[in-house]
Ligand binder design. Sequence first.
Ligand code: HSE
Length: 432
Amino acid sequence: MLRIGVCGLGTVGQSFLRHITEHQSKIRSNVSVDFEISMIADRSIKSKKYPKNIAVTNNILDMASSSDVDIIVELVGGIDASYELLKNAINNGKHIITANKALIAEHGDELFSLAKKNNIYLGFEASVAGAIPIIKTLSNSMANEEILSLAGIINGTCNYILDQMSSYNLDFNDALDEAKKLGYAEADPTFDINGMDAAHKISILTSLVYKVASPLKHIYIEGIENITPMDMIYAKELGYCIKHLGITKKDGDFIESRVHPVLVPIDNVFSKINGVKNSILINGDKFGTSMLYGNGAGGDATASAVISDLVDAINYVSNENKTSNYSIGSIGTSSLQIKNNSDISSPFYLRIHAEDISGVMAEITNILASEEISIEAVTQHEPNDANSLIPIVMITNAVKGSLIDDAIKQIELLEHVKDKVYKIRVFKIDEK
Ligand code: HSE
């Protein structure tokens, strides 16, 4: 009988316990030895609902040394206490399942190597994209592939907000309030909207796919805070919608790894991913293109991913040969470098506010021409009244980030250009 300790009874922890109770026979049919929940840890255990015949503690660190626990399911979140818990637990020979993306993105290298050294199962399927089985797909199903690129909508809150802004003309803050009410956003939604949550996820996927150490430090991170309903309308006029994507991609000896808003052509599959849904598009050198789609957030979706790790962990522990779970063993061994954002090429969307004076457009296009940037599409809008600024919106050809930044600096210095120029990359990935 394997004994499972559950740390954290928040939304995911509660769903996990419910699934274990309600779907026992289904889960048991997939494991080679029996199991039971032997201990629960939660800082405010007194206020939580849990089966009364189980040992409890309000100190999650107790679990690391408990002789009543073989596998720990960490659903606490945060970094410091969870890091302490997992490190001690692995050193004490306990197997681990975690949904903690921030922890894996920050300390994954160390925890993976510690787990490998101690023959410990470390499952983190639930840390990226909820119910979408991206970790197992990349580690197992795509083990024979060189992954050329991976791009995904991996923050449900951002996708929900952008979708609401575009479909219902909602303001950013109203859409965010809705996302909070529906329970999609993190406790501190700053991490969703400033791109950090997606950065944690793309960092984990970058480690897994390209085996580089600590990608998080080098990832370019931009959120959706500066996108306005105006950008939604202009993008639509030009045949695009705005999405927030995480991208990781091989380019020779370099990797592009980044999260930021992008303009996606309206006929691209990402433009159809609405609401809180996540989706990940993978390009491999042999299978070509494959796409995964599903619920990226929410108690049931995340708990389901945790249970898939639980099944793996139980089968791993009961298998003398300890053969699964070791694509993580080589993480951190690659010498590939992550490119600076300024060296990454793509087309750009530019929104410029200028006074309605003849010659301004010519000045702007001259600056772009002097940097050898060509304009693929442009729209100029009527001012609201005689004194207001005219928004000029354009899409450039594919150019390096440094080049567009140089051009923007010069455009912002023009006498009749007011406000900051806002840029968004346009999504462009070659599918095999
Ligand atoms: N806040 C996250 C999201 C939850 O919106 O995607 C899942 O990681």
